[in-house]
Design a protein around this ligand. Sequence first.
Ligand SMILES: [Zn+2]
Length: 407
Amino acid sequence: MRPPRTGSLESLRERNRLRVIDALRRRGTVSRADIARQTGLSRSTVSSLVSELQASGLVIEREIAGGPQGTQGGRPPVMLALDRSAGALVGIDFGHRRLRVAVADLSYTVLAESHLELEVDNHAAAGLDTAADLVNTVLGDAGVEHGRVLAAGMGLPGPIDRGSGLVNSQAILPAWVGLDATAEMQERLGMPVHLDNDANVGALGESVFGAGADVGVMAYVRLSDGIGAGLVFGGRIFRGAGGTAGEIGHVLVDPQGPICRCGNRGCLETFAAGPALCDLLRRSHGPLTVPRLLELAAEGDTGCRRVIADAGAVVGRALADLCNYLNPGRIVVGGELSAAGELLLEPLRDAVARFAIPAAADHMEVVAGVLGDRAEVLGALALAGHESNDPLTVPPTHTSHQRRRRS
Ligand SMILES: [Zn+2]
């Protein structure tokens, strides 16, 4: 049977319109000539499409004081940007102990952002209430009307079942089990909400805006109170059949090891997550928090440096297996412990090199994330854009990004 006919003039024009919007979204502020260069469209096609977008109020001309001169040394080119009124996105990041919220326009310029300490694991309804209040505060700070928000993205520190949208681990987020966090938040905010786990939104953040922006196959490993990985292939999160892909925190390290919060024994988390490292130092250093542990390590404390380096080695051992399975081009290390820098990364790289098949390890880099503790909230903004049905909010693909880099 023949496939249906595609490629009508209308759909071609619509695709070109989206490419123009894409170029505007990637760069924030561009000239018509820039758009033509980026999209490969003719100047006259770009001008015609931009006029349409201006007429519909989506695109505005923007004066740039002291901006670039025209190529002929004449007047500076007219710069274009998506009108802020075209819409906004909200990002919400629940950590185990912290809540962070950001509001951005459609070029992902963050307009306002805030965070607060919050005990999330055992207080689902209160956590959702607090997050909704913080979203409203941040929208007020940004001067964005509620009705202009197209969607919110939300990250939670636990596995999410893709079918039901529910948190599916009794052990990891007990108070959230059976709670439809997406529906609950949609009801509180009155806008579409898209949910994923913290490692996936962190991976998306580093992939779209950070250390993975030019990589086709990227793994992001998040070392914090828990350990998780997010896998991004061609700019898209790989979630697996049910949503648990990347649960590297619960791979077996030692069958005789400590009992893990997941119910298994000797998981990676019991050796390398922040609380496990603090436990190891209890006898010598008394009770410690992860920030204090990082401070002491930076000051040269031998015991603190030892547990971080050993954590790097054991995480690297697990990532070596991931390299053999998935052959990523880059592994980006994020989460609270990544602030330890080379103290953590060097033994981690050594272990990957030692235990992965050389063909997989040789062409792979291990780097620290560049977004720090904002990776997840920025990824939640990108999630809102990715998952929204509004074509205006779909972030540019890697191919268009790479095309621009080559030109
Ligand atoms: Zn476990």
